[in-house]
Design a protein around this ligand. Structure first.
Ligand code: FHN
Length: 594
C-alpha cells in the first residue's frame, strides 16, 4: 500500500504527513527565487482566460452527435481524423469577432490580465504563423490575425496580455503529443516536434505581439527537466519580463497553477493561480449552460484571494467570434461589484483569519477585510483570534463606522447598520495597529447558531493511523475536472479524522457527515465521537471513486449534540471496527436545531 500511496501522492503533487504544516501539504511547487516582474501578477488577483479555436465552431457537436464535457477536446473524444478535422478551417469565419469589445469586456469585468489560446491541443494556430499553413490566416476565409488586434486593444486598456500555448499536445502533427488515433505514439519524435513547431511558433508569439505579461503553458510532456529549463532559457531571452506558468512542467515556471477548478483550502505562499471554467467547458459548447452566477464568481474570487492567489476565469467564444451572453452579463456584474469593493481584492494578501462560517478574509497593511458572504442571523460577526488593537471598523462601500467589541481575542462587529442590498459579499474593514499576525493554521473551526449551516472542511482534520487528507480529482463528463478534499483510507479504528471546533453558542446542533461511500464501504459501522461521547452510524452507499465519473456525496445526520457550555469540542470520525475503507469524508456539518 505504501508504494501505491506514494504514487498517488506524487501524481497529485503533494505528500501528506501528520508532521507537515497545512500550507506545505498543499503546495509542493518549487517556490524558489521569485521572478523580478512577479509583483504585478500577485497584485492582479483576477484574470480572464479565453479558449477559442476550431472546436468553438463545432460547439460540442460532430457528425450529428453531441459530445459532453470540455468542448476543446472534441477531436480527441470523437477520434476525428486529422484529414476530416482540418476541413473545419475552411468554414471557420468569426466575422463577429471584435477585439475592442472583448478588451472592453475584460476592462468592465475588472480583470487585470487576459490569456488566450494561441494554439490548443487541436494544433490549429489562431494567429498568423509562418511555421504552418494550418492557421487562421492561411486556412480560413477569415484571413486575418485576431491576436494582433486583441493584444493591442487589451494593452491599450491597461490590461496585461498573454498567450496560452499547448507546447506538447498537438493532435494535428505526426510528432505532436497524444493523437493516438491517427499516429502511433510510440514512433513519435517529440524533440522534432519541439524543434519544428512548438519552439518556432513560441518565438513568433514572443516576437510579433508586443510585450506579453504571461505565457501560459499546458499539459507538459516529452521533455526532461534539463530540456525544459533550456526551453525556458531560450524563450526567456525574447521576453525576459514575461511570466511563464508552472504548466511549462518539471516543477518550473514563475508561478504555480493549481488543478483546473481547484482552490486550496488554506493560504499558499508565493504567486499562484486558480483557473476555472465559467460553465463546465473551456471551449464553447451549446449544451452547457451551467454558468457560475455573478454571486458565485464574486465569492470564488474572494475565496481564492483569501488564500493569497489569483482567479483566472475562462470564457469560451463561439465560432462566430461572440462571447456567450451569460459570460458577458455575469462578468460585467462582477466588475460592477469590484468597482465598489476592489480595494478588498486587488493587491491584497491572504487573510490571517481562517475561513469562518460568515466568509473569508483578505489583508493589506493595517487592514483586515471581512468578506461576509453569509450574513449571521443576528448581524454579529465574530472574528476569532484577533490580538491586535482595533482602531475602527466600517463597511467598505459607504465607510460607515460600525460598533465593535473586543472580548479577549474575539472581535465582535455589529453589522446592523450595514445595508444588505442583497450583496453576495458585503465587505467590512477592520483597521488595526501593530504588525500583521501570522495565519493561525491551528485555530479551531468556528461553529455558531447564527448560521443555518456550519461546515467543517476535511482539510482541517488531524489524521491518525492510515487516514489521510487528499484532494480527489474527478470529472462529470470529460475533462471538466472537479476537486474535493476528503479524508480517505479510514479502514480500522486507529484510522481517524479529528477536528477541533469552537462552538460559540449554547443549544442543540444536528451533526451531519458529508461523504462518498463505495459499495464495499457501505453498511459498515462508524463512530462520531464528540469529546469522547460516541455516536454510532452505518455508512450508506453513494458512488465509487472514478476519475471519469461524478463522485457523489451524501449528507448523513448521525447525531444531535446538546451544547450546554460553549467552548472547544473535539470531533473524531473513525471506523467502529476493521473493514473496507469506511468513506471519503468531505465535511462535517453542524446545523443549529431551531
Ligand atoms: O487539456 C487542457 C484543457 O483543454 C484546458 O485547456 C485546461 C485549462 O486549464 N488545461 C488542460 C487540462 O488541464
Amino acid at each position: 500500500m505504501k508504494s501505491i500511496f506514494l504514487v498517488i501522492a506524487f501524481s497529485t503533487g503533494f505528500l501528506v504527513s501528520k508532521a507537515q504544516g497545512m500550507e506545505e501539504m498543499w503546495d509542493k511547487s518549487a517556490s524558489g527565487k521569485e521572478h523580478p516582474n512577479i509583483q504585478w501578477f500577485k497584485d492582479a488577483k483576477f484574470g480572464m482566460f479565453i479558449h477559442w479555436g476550431l472546436y468553438s465552431k463545432l460547439a460540442g457537436v460532430w457528425s450529428g452527435k453531441n459530445y459532453y464535457g470540455s468542448g476543446e477536446w472534441i477531436m480527441n473524444q470523437a477520434r476525428i481524423p486529422v484529414k476530416d478535422y482540418q476541413k473545419i478551417a475552411a468554414s471557420f469565419n468569426p466575422v463577429k469577432f471584435n477585439a475592442g469589445e472583448w478588451a472592453q469586456l475584460a476592462k468592465d469585468a475588472g480583470v487585470k490580465y487576459m490569456v488566450i489560446t494561441a494554439k490548443h491541443h487541436e494544433g490549429f494556430s489562431m494567429f498568423d504563423s509562418k511555421v504552418t499553413d494550418f492557421d487562421i490566416v492561411d486556412a480560413t476565409p477569415y484571413k486575418k490575425d485576431p491576436m494582433k488586434a486583441l493584444s493591442e486593444a487589451t494593452r491599450s486598456l491597461g490590461i496585461q496580455f498573454g498567450f496560452y500555448y499547448s507546447q506538447f499536445q498537438d493532435w494535428y502533427e505526426p510528432n505532436g503529443g497524444k493523437n493516438t488515433w491517427d499516429f502511433d505514439e510510440s514512433k513519435k519524435d517529440y524533440q522534432l516536434y519541439y524543434q519544428k513547431k512548438a519552439i518556432p511558433q513560441l518565438k513568433e508569439l514572443l516576437t510579433n505581439y508586443g510585450p506579453l505579461g504571461i505565457v501560459w503553458f499546458d499539459t507538459p510532456g516529452g521533455m526532461s527537466k534539463e530540456q525544459t529549463q533550456q526551453f525556458i532559457n531560450e524563450l526567456r531571452q525574447l521576453q525576459p519580463n514575461s511570466l511563464f506558468s508552472s504548466r511549462v512542467g518539471q516543477g518550473l515556471g514563475d508561478y504555480k497553477d493549481f488543478g483546473d477548478s481547484e482552490v486550496p483550502p488554506v493560504p499558499i505562499k508565493g504567486a499562484w493561480e486558480s483557473v476555472y471554467t465559467h460553465n463546465d467547458s473551456w471551449g464553447y459548447i451549446t449544451h452547457d449552460m451551467n454558468f457560475k452566477s455573478t454571486a458565485e464568481i464574486i465569492r470564488l474570487l474572494a475565496n481564492v484571494a483569501s488564500k493569497g492567489g489569483n482567479l483566472m476565469l475562462n470564457v469560451g467564444p463561439d465560432g462566430e467570434g461572440e462571447i456567450p451572453y451569460y459570460s458577458v452579463k455575469y462578468l460585467r456584474e462582477t466588475g460592477a461589484w469590484l468597482q465598489k469593493n476592489g480595494e478588498s481584492i486587488y493587491a491584497t494578501t491572504a487573510g490571517f483569519v481562517p475561513e469562518q462560517p460568515w466568509g473569508f478574509t483578505t489583508s493589506k497593511p493595517g487592514k483586515l477585510f471581512l468578506h461576509v458572504v453569509n450574513r449571521p442571523a443576528y448581524d454579529l460577526v465574530l472574528v476569532p483570534g484577533f490580538k491586535n488593537n482595533v482602531l475602527k471598523v466600517y463597511a467598505l462601500t459607504d465607510k460607515k463606522n460600525l460598533s465593535f467589541e473586543k472580548k479577549g481575542t474575539d472581535l465582535l462587529v455589529q453589522m446592523k447598520g450595514v445595508k444588505n442590498e442583497q450583496s453576495p459579499n458585503t465587505v467590512l474593514v477592520v483597521e488595526y495597529s501593530g504588525t500583521e499576525p501570522a495565519y493561525n493554521e491551528t485555530a479551531p473551526v468556528t461553529i455558531a447558531a447564527a448560521f443555518e449551516t456550519n461546515y467543517i472542511n476535511a482539510a482541517f482534520a488531524k489524521t491518525s493511523g492510515a487516514a489521510k487528507i487528499q484532494p480527489l480529482t474527478y470529472s462529470h463528463y470529460y475533462g471538466d475536472w472537479k476537486h474535493t478534499t476528503c479524508v480517505t483510507d479510514m479502514q480500522n479504528p486507529a484510522d481517524g479524522a479529528t477536528f477541533s471546533v469552537r462552538i460559540i453558542d449554547q443549544g442543540d446542533y444536528k451533526l451531519i457527515l458529508e461523504y462518498a461511500c463505495s459499495e464495499s464501504g457501505s453498511r459498515q459501522e462508524g463512530i462520531l465521537e464528540v469529546n469522547g461521547q460516541p455516536f454510532l452510524f452505518r455508512t450508506l452507499r453513494t458512488s465509487e471513486f472514478d476519475r471519469k465519473a461524478p463522485l457523489l456525496f451524501i449528507k448523513h445526520p448521525v447525531a444531535i449534540l446538546h451544547v450546554e457550555k460553549p467552548g472547544i469540542y473535539t470531533l473524531t470520525v473513525k471506523p467502529a471496527k476493521t473493514g473496507a475503507e469506511l468513506m471519503k469524508l468531505k465535511s462535517i456539518i453542524a446545523e443549529p436545531v431551531q
